[in-house]
Ligand binder design. Structure first.
Ligand SMILES: Nc1ncnc2c1ncn2[C@@H]1O[C@H](COP(=O)(O)OP(=O)(O)O)[C@@H](O)[C@H]1O
Ligand SMILES: [Mg+2]
Length: 125
C-alpha cells in the first residue's frame, strides 16, 4: 500500500550497459525526513543507483515517482532542485570560487551577474 508521506519511489529499476546488467529490479521508497542507508562492497553499483535516483542517468527499465508524479513528466531542473546527490569526490574546477558559481549562469544562458556572484563567492570561500 502506498504510504501517504511517501516522497520518492523507485520501482523495478534496471540498468545495463551493452549486455552487462548492473542493477536488476531494484525498488525502494523514501519519505520526507526519513534516513536510509544503501550499503554494499565497492563496485556493487550504489553510486549508479543514486545517479539514477537523482536523474543524472536514466534507468534501462523501471519508474521513478516523486510525490506521486512520474519524474519523466517533470522538468528535469525542477526535479533536481528537490532531489540531489552529493558526489563522493568533490569536483571543483577553475581557479576561484567565482569560476564554480558562475557555471550555473553559463549553463542556464543567463547574464553573468558578476556583482552578486562575487558577494556569494566571498560568503562561501
Ligand atoms: N552496466 C555496466 N557496465 C559496465 N560498467 C558499469 C555498469 N554500470 C555501472 N558501471 C560502472 O561500474 C563502476 C562501479 O559502479 P558504482 O555504482 O560506482 O559502484 P559503487 O558506488 O557501489 O562503488 C562505475 O565506474 C560505473 O560507471
Ligand atoms: Mg560509490
Amino acid at each position: 500500500m502506498k504510504n501517504s508521506k511517501e516522497t520518492l519511489r523507485l520501482d523495478d529499476i534496471h540498468y545495463q550497459i551493452d549486455r552487462q546488467v548492473s542493477l536488476d529490479s531494484v525498488s525502494f521508497c523514501i519519505s520526507k525526513g526519513e534516513f536510509k542507508l544503501i550499503t554494499g562492497p565497492s563496485g556493487c553499483r550504489k553510486s549508479t543507483l543514486l545517479k539514477i535516483a537523482s536523474s543524472l542517468i536514466d534507468p534501462t527499465r523501471g519508474s521513478i515517482t516523486f510525490d506521486g508524479k512520474a519524474i519523466t513528466a517533470m522538468p528535469p531542473e525542477e526535479y533536481r532542485k528537490r532531489v540531489s546527490y552529493c558526489f563522493q569526490t568533490p569536483v571543483l574546477f577553475g581557479n576561484t570560487v567565482y569560476d564554480n558559481i558562475a557555471l550555473t549562469y553559463l549553463i542556464c544562458k543567463q547574464p553573468d551577474e558578476q556583482k552578486i556572484l562575487v558577494v556569494n563567492a566571498m560568503l562561501i570561500s
